[in-house]
Design a protein around this ligand. Structure first.
Ligand code: NAD
Ligand code: DAU
Length: 337
């Protein structure tokens, strides 16, 4: 029998890429449970919404009764948990929704897996749980967890809960931890889409601090393929790092975007640093490469070019996500620049 997977948070950036990809390539059915927060957008799934192997349910992973009833109704046998509050700057403004969804919501899913004896839960996590790096070294799966932002603390809490359930109850679960994603359909609060959209309108590009913080960039399609590889072949109870082998400073990323758009570097506006701003992330991906034979396929130059083109070609999507709520957030975060 083919798997019926409960994908949570599937209307967001990465979850929607995963659903579009998997329904095209695999014989599985997907039930997508999404609360449709500001970051959840049904438009991201327009291309597959009529697929008979796809069902959408509007609701929260914190609602234990709902999660259980969905699993029973649709004969779900596994869960892939993308649902989260995902933006560091918002977690600095208010950490509560982060703990509620990222920690408590994950707890509800783990309890459901136990109660209904589901086959597997894959929990999608982040390199940010490891904290920050100096100039050298990379995060491995045994690097101690040391989160610095309310967001990463909430993700670390969820990872620790997964680990505790595996050890205490033998819950069939595993964790992926990925670096910074980019690609189409990313909400323009995150660095790359924000800079593309501002540059297209000749607005200043707000770079925090000295712009020399380093992130390891991976195309969202590569991340989704890695998640599927881990789902199929990963060992229960294990953690798998995922990364793009592509370390860049923020200012280099922003200059690359400006170059592609033929816009001047003078649009760059260095502003006050993010509090607790992690200096450098870099992922050691040897484990997933050797054990599961996965490597990222995208090269950043090509990936960023395609991504910029996607934002230029989809002005309606961009206008629709920049709602009143987005404008309020933008004003609070960046002022009247
Ligand atoms: P996103 O913010 O674009 O999407 C999150 C989705 O979760 C939205 O559709 C939202 O409506 C939904 N959601 C929020 N609270 C919910 C709740 N209580 N119940 C059900 N749905 C809820 O985030 P993303 O960038 O797609 O990230 C997806 C996952 O991947 C997150 O767990 C994030 O921590 C992790 N991650 C993201 C990155 C990245 O670079 N974006 C990197 C590594 C890991
Ligand atoms: O590393 C994985 C993480 O990547 C994910 O877990 C998070 O969900 C995701 O949001 C992302 O977190 P970051 O904080 O690294 O991403 P963000 O796009 O917010 O910022 C990337 C870098 O760019 C970071 O050093 C802060 C900087 N930045 C960001 C914004 C929004 C700026 O300089 N200016 C900005 O306006």
């Amino acid at each position: 029998m083919n798997d019926v997977i409960l994908v949570t948070g599937g209307a967001g950036f990465i979850g929607s890429c995963f659903i579009r990809h998997i329904l095209k390539t695999e014989e599985v059915s997907i039930v997508n449970l999404d609360a449709l927060t500001y970051a959840g957008n049904p438009e991201n799934l327009k291309s597959i919404e009529k697929n008979p192997k796809y069902t959408f349910v509007h609701g929260s992973i914190q609602d234990a009764k709902l999660v259980k009833s969905i699993c029973e109704k649709y004969n779900v046998n596994s869960i892939i948990n993308f649902a989260a509050e995902s933006h560091v700057d918002r977690s600095i403004m208010n950490a509560h929704p982060f703990i509620e969804t990222n920690a408590l919501g994950t707890l509800v899913l783990l309890e459901t897996v136990n109660e209904l004896k589901l086959k597997l839960m894959l929990h999608v996590s982040t390199d940010e749980v490891y904290g920050t790096l100096g100039k050298s070294g990379k995060f491995t799966e045994i690097t101690p967890i040391a989160p610095n932002s309310p967001y990463s603390a909430s993700k670390a809490s969820s990872d620790l809960l997964v680990n505790a359930f595996v050890n205490t109850f033998g819950t069939p679960a595993l964790i992926t931890r990925c670096s910074n994603n980019y690609g189409p359909y990313q909400f323009p609060e995150k660095l790359i889409p924000l800079m593309i959209l501002n540059a297209l309108e000749d607005k200043p590009l707000p770079v925090y601090g000295d712009g020399l913080n380093v992130r390891d960039w991976i195309h969202v399609q590569d991340h989704c393929e890695a998640i599927w590889t881990v789902y199929k072949n990963g060992e229960q109870g294990q953690v798998y790092n995922i990364g793009g082998n592509c370390e860049l400073t923020n200012v280099d990323v922003v200059k690359t975007i400006l170059d592609h758009l033929n816009k001047p570097d003078s649009l760059i506006n260095f502003i006050k640093d993010r509090p607790g701003h992690d200096r450098r992330y870099a992922m050691d991906i040897e484990k997933i490469s050797y054990e599961l034979d996965w490597e990222p396929r995208y090269n950043f130059e090509l990936g960023i070019e395609e991504t910029i083109k996607w934002y230029i070609d989809n002005p309606n999507w961009c206008n629709n996500v920049r709602t009143g709520a987005y404008r309020d957030y933008y004003k609070k975060q960046y002022g009247e620049i």
